[in-house]
Design a protein around this ligand. Sequence first.
Ligand code: ATP
Length: 235
Amino acid sequence: MLQLNHVDVCYGSFKALTNISMSVDTGELVVLLGANGAGKTSLFNAISGLVKPAAGDILFEDKQLNGMKASAIVSNGVVQCAEGRKLFPEMRVMQNLMMGAYVHRRDRQGNRKRLNEVLELFPILGDKANESAGSLSGGQQQMVAIGRAMMSRPRLLMLDEPSLGLAPLVVKQMFETIRQINSLGTTVLLAEQNAFAALKIANRAYVMENGHLVMEGDREAMLGNEQVRKAYIGA
Ligand code: ATP
């Protein structure tokens, strides 16, 4: 579904990503592990068209994404839910959700159907629909951010650190919801520092260090890998 071949990303003379080749297959839940600054966000931004790769190809269902406008990439089914949620705090929850439906604004019936699906995933957002997004708890704001991304009807959903800053119990629910989104048919690429919880719901994972991919493997191999356990799980 998604294929990256030899992708480099540079900020001026600083090379943030070097020679990244990776893939995500339809239906998979793939995790990207890496410490702060390893390059996970840069990789996501390159895929979503927010930064332009200095080299390499990014293909989604055999369509070339590099060079495509970010809005066209969303229309093609690749949607990013950014780190830090980036909501419109003064706007109501419902307005935030409907921002995600902008690319499908002519399909009102489809949007209504999708909104019902999102509210089934996050019932609390139905109760809070008319409250300002900024007044919600951190966990609820993360639900709005994921819900808004789901309103764009992704075929590939990229989640950047969705558990950041959330309480442990909320994190647990968040990972369960991500697993559910995936099992309902959305392919997921998940960047996380919370390696153990992320690996538990993943099919496969890649590990990034200093802008390079240094390891790849399926869930069992990663959970059993001593290097991964030492660096990312702390056991
Ligand atoms: P984090 O979880 O902290 O966001 P990350 O793995 O997502 O980390 P990136 O944000 O992609 O990492 O950053 C990778 C490297 O690129 C870092 O060294 C960072 O300082 C640098 N970097 C990121 N964005 C820019 C930018 N706009 N200009 C210059 N350097 C940048």
